[in-house]
Design a protein around this ligand. Sequence first.
Ligand code: KIV
Length: 283
Amino acid sequence: MRDQITGPAIRALKGGPGIRMVTAYDCPTAKIADAAGADIILVGDSVSNVVLGRASTLQVSMDEMVHHTRAVTAASPCALVVGDMPWLSYHVSIEDTVRNAGRFVREGGAGAVKLEGGHKRLPMIEAVLDAEIPVMGHLGLTPQSVHTMGGYRVQGKGVETARELLADARALDEAGVFAIVLEGVPDVLAQLVTKQVSAPTIGIGAGAKVDGQVLVFHDVLGLHDGDLPKFVRQYADLRGVAISALEAFFSDVQSGEFPSEDETYHMPDGVIEALLEDGPSDV
Ligand code: KIV
């Protein structure tokens, strides 16, 4: 049994062997992630498109995020569970932000929250930290900004945008976030950020020179049937395995090979005989 991992424990992993982070959205997948040694389980707002079948992350609500976070923490993982604050849960007011972050902890059982954005979100991040909730930052390609970014595009490719991203990372670091996700940025920029901040950086489409990596559970395990982004490495084809297994089950149903005698409950001796003596029956 591993020790329970906390936000400060993750911060202390800066510069060590890569931090292992993966998403999970329910109890069985959280158990799998934890058994595999995850340091952090992110209940990502990607639940919206990955599990709930919606167009993007913008359609998931606070109530739904809390619901999925509760399912993940029901697995009692040793990994730190991070609740991903959905769009509009930290954009309206500071009070709203703190209340929503608190819901992830009190109702969901999370040990930290993640929210997207840099300078613009600093007052919210500081308020959540003031409420004693560890915060993970998220910079670069922030999917909740898809409309203002003009699509899902790699960020920080120009001098000015790279400067801005570096300044955002330093500001989050100084505010006291315990880690920063860097998504969809050129590898050299991610490396520069990693050198300039004391919080560990966790990359997704940010190259190898960061302090850890995160991928979406369903992408790593091949549970999708669509195209995957270039930064995803698929380690298994669970969709294929699942389809083959279900085909075998359905085939056994139709051939009568399922269930077998061993998979069937039997009556103790004498009971059926007694029932038959009661009168006409088609047993
Ligand atoms: O919601 C999500 O899946 C994320 C990524 C960092 C994996 O935010």
